[in-house]
Design a protein around this ligand. Structure first.
Ligand SMILES: Nc1ncnc2c1ncn2[C@@H]1O[C@H](COP(=O)(O)OP(=O)(O)OP(=O)(O)O)[C@@H](O)[C@H]1O
Ligand SMILES: [Mg+2]
Length: 292
């Protein structure tokens, strides 16, 4: 072992002590699943965390992967405030792609490194109960907001983390696809940021890390904003600087903090080993979200 390796190991010792036995919820954005190398680097990070005593829980998205299949089937994609309009045909594709291909790909990559990953959707073990989400949209300040029907997009009503505790206690890494079940057995497509935030809260997680395809929240000059407060978030959503898929991300990061999660970060999954860099360096990377 060279001195450099020893130095690095000693440098990360305080972080290992800090996170050991703690739960860290990592949302793996579909937009960050760019190439084989990055995908395997992510799986390696998750496995390494487990082997040093941290309990990672992965929640994944899959927007681009769903688009590919919808396009191939001649079904279009429409987004409202970063949420996908989900009719019945779209819902079938979402469930197949997220719960099947994307979930099992992540599980297999972690298990290639003996990480003991187990894939599940919100339907398994009664993990996520949902109801239809209502989106309020005000296009004209002088008119009352209109209610937009997003189809089978779900709002999480309940998280039952029992199955996650069982898996974690037995040394497994849960990998969760963001699909929920309604009280009449209907299937809901839920934004993965929302699911990650609710699960982080239900598990009393130490960290919520949202891994995406940009460095974090960016300003008008595309420069990274390394910390942002709830007040600044509200302002930037209102004036359109934060838009699309970044809206649920910042809102969910805040909600997790309000529910007792210690820190929420948005980081760039296109940086190899972004999760390790975030957890094991003093300043971290990306944007840290704060409640003022
Ligand atoms: N102010 C902003 N700063 C940074 N990104 C922003 C901002 N406003 C909007 N965005 C957009 O948010 C996107 C990230 O959200 P997006 O939903 O596309 O990805 P994801 O959540 O990582 O993936 P998935 O939805 O598949 O899980 C960025 O790629 C960027 O285009
Ligand atoms: Mg998204």
């Amino acid at each position: 072992m060279t001195n450099t390796v020893a130095d690095i190991l000693i440098e990360v010792l305080p972080y290992i002590k800090k996170f050991s036995t703690k739960i860290v919820v990592i949302k793996y954005g579909g937009h960050a699943m760019v190439d084989e190398g990055l995908k395997q680097a992510f799986a390696d990070d998750i496995t390494l965390l487990k082997y040093i005593g941290v309990n990672p829980v992965v929640v994944h998205g899959g927007g681009p992967q769903i688009n590919v299949v919808l396009d191939a089937m001649g079904i279009g994609s429409t987004f409202i405030r970063g949420m996908r309009y989900t009719d019945d045909a779209t819902m079938d594709v979402v469930e197949m792609v997220l719960g099947g291909k994307v979930n099992k790909d992540i599980v297999a990559r972690i298990n290639r490194e003996d990480g003991k990953a187990v894939g599940l959707t919100g339907k398994d073990g009664g993990l996520i109960t949902a109801e239809k989400l209502k989106i309020y949209h005000q296009s004209d300040k002088n008119k009352p907001p209109e209610i937009i029907d997003p189809g089978m997009v779900g709002n999480v009503t309940q998280v039952n983390p029992a199955i996650l505790h069982t898996l974690i206690d037995q040394g497994f890494i849960p990998v969760i696809a963001p699909v929920g079940i309604g009280k009449n057995g209907e299937t809901y497509n839920i934004n993965a940021d929302v699911v990650a935030s609710k699960i982080a809260s239900a598990l009393d997680a130490e960290r919520l890390i949202l891994v995406t395809d940009v460095d974090g929240v960016l300003d008008d000059n595309q420069k990274l904003i390394s910390s942002i407060t709830d007040g600044q978030i509200a302002e930037q959503i209102a004036d359109g600087r934060i838009k699309g898929g970044m809206i649920p991300k910042v809102e969910c990061a805040l909600e997790a903090l309000r529910n007792g999660v210690k820190k929420s970060h948005i980081i760039n999954g296109k940086t190899p080993h972004a999760v390790l860099l975030e957890l094991f360096t003093n300043s971290g990377i990306g944007t840290q979200v704060f409640v003022d």
